[in-house]
Design a protein around this ligand. Sequence first.
Ligand code: PLP
Length: 421
Amino acid sequence: MRHFDYKDGEMFAEDVALREIAENVGTPCYVYSTATFERHYNVFANSFKGIDALVAYSVKANSNIGILATLAKLGAGADVVSGGELQRALTAGIPAKKIVFSGVGKTADEMRAALMAGIRVFNVESLPELYVLNGVAAEMDVKAPIAFRVNPDVTAGGHEKISTGKKENKFGIAWSHAERAYAEAASLDNIEIVGVDVHIGSQIDNLAPFEKAIAKVGDLISRLRANGHTIRSFDIGGGLGIPYGDNSITPPPPDQYGAMVKRLTADMNVEMIFEPGRMISGNAGILLSKVLYVKEGEDRKFLIVDAAMNDLLRPALYDAYHEIEPVKAPGNAYDEVTYDVVGPICESGDTFTKARDLPEMKAGELLVMHSTGAYGAAQASQYNTRPLVPEVLVKNGSYEIIRERPTIADILKTERLPSWL
Ligand SMILES: *Cc1c(COP(=O)(O)O)cnc(C)c1O
């Protein structure tokens, strides 16, 4: 069941008409469905019933504290990649013991904050990082719990910019260096080895690369244990893909992924950690926008909308496809028109789609871009001095603004004329 669908001739988010949100909040804005977040989280988490598992939602996919708190209530932990995300997760009520800290470039200050909070584990990506962490932990007279993020050299991920598990990527410890890295970690006084971590990519559309990575890591865990290390946890990262409505890929449902992991890790005697992002939030949000102008080019028609690449970067960054629908139901017999849907920003890249057949639309009408709950608002910027796009969370028949649209004065407040002018 979709929670963004037509009822009585117009599109609703759960039981709230998107038109009403547009009137009260203004466009563009993101609208999220609590019911979809809950369904995605529960389907995934329930597939691990009976085993020791932590679902650490990848905060970078959608980092609004209203969303994090919604997931925290369901039992979610968090995978954070910066001190800022750590603070968000803690603010939203996610217990420190359910927080894992990933990322190739953690600073000493971020490490200090995470140690102070008492997070579950640092996913360490290089020896230089390990040494800095050991130093910070020594200053604080604590032991830092670590897993190495190892790079299993498998091909996965829907786009070169989101494939991370190949040896030419910047991520993780090279497979051939893994055992040496663990030996080094064991020799440091303020490091405690607790596990192994991988994350092979994003928008992965089949189980094969996960199966390959799990088999390789299982093998590594045996070797590490034979070398005398205590390996309690296996973090398999995120990366499970979602359907975007263009039928280009059909990823396995989350519960199938869950069953596969459960089967392949049954004999490993580890606690499993998962870092799903897109799979939880991607289809839980839409971008609501208004047509500003319908422009007739020489051989194409443009829908110029009030959302732009600063609000939703994915089409420009990854050539991403997002299903577009009018808010007013087109009915049964309607004229289709081939449009380029573009934003107002002064870049040709500010194009959401080219030559898409859509029901005919007029200036002032609303449309939605589906599947924008992940890597949408989180990647937004204020380019062209367009205020950061607001976010709205719906629950049944109610909705609330969970990020306000800043005013231009808010934006200018952080800037200064230099004293010499
Ligand atoms: C981005 C990221 C994730 C989440 O990836 P999805 O494809 O959104 O599931 C998980 N772990 C790490 C380390 C990441 O960088």
